[in-house]
Write a protein that binds this ligand. Sequence first.
Ligand SMILES: [Zn+2]
Length: 146
Amino acid sequence: MIVYYPNKILQCISRKARKSIVLNISEAFDVMKNIVSSRSEYIGIAAVQIGLLRRIVIIKYIGLYMHIANPIVLWRSKRMVTKMEGCISIPYVNRLVTRCAYILISYRNNRNIRIRKTLQWNNAICIQHEIDHLNGKLINDYKKVL
Ligand SMILES: [Zn+2]
């Protein structure tokens, strides 16, 4: 069920999830949740990773799951953070990636309610990684830092 690199779909840009889809994607959310909960090191997943090209993401957030549809970045901090990242779709590969330490996003939850939220540190890194997936970008696309 997981789509692995180098499957070309991982480089595609996901389309916006319409309201009818957001309300009816509980099945996709369930599949994504099952994958993300299967290992403690998995902290987030984008729908493209189960072959669905829609702007839908799940991230683990303080022991809960955030259902995120159509995320929009409203603000990014100037402060940056560099951390080693892995990806469910690229097993055994880790890459140092520099990202914003804080990020303010707007998104729809699984009841189609628009929510604004500031995420920081690991949660900020995670959502930026997943938004990259929605835009067809992978950790492989970040230059190796020596
Ligand atoms: Zn990933």
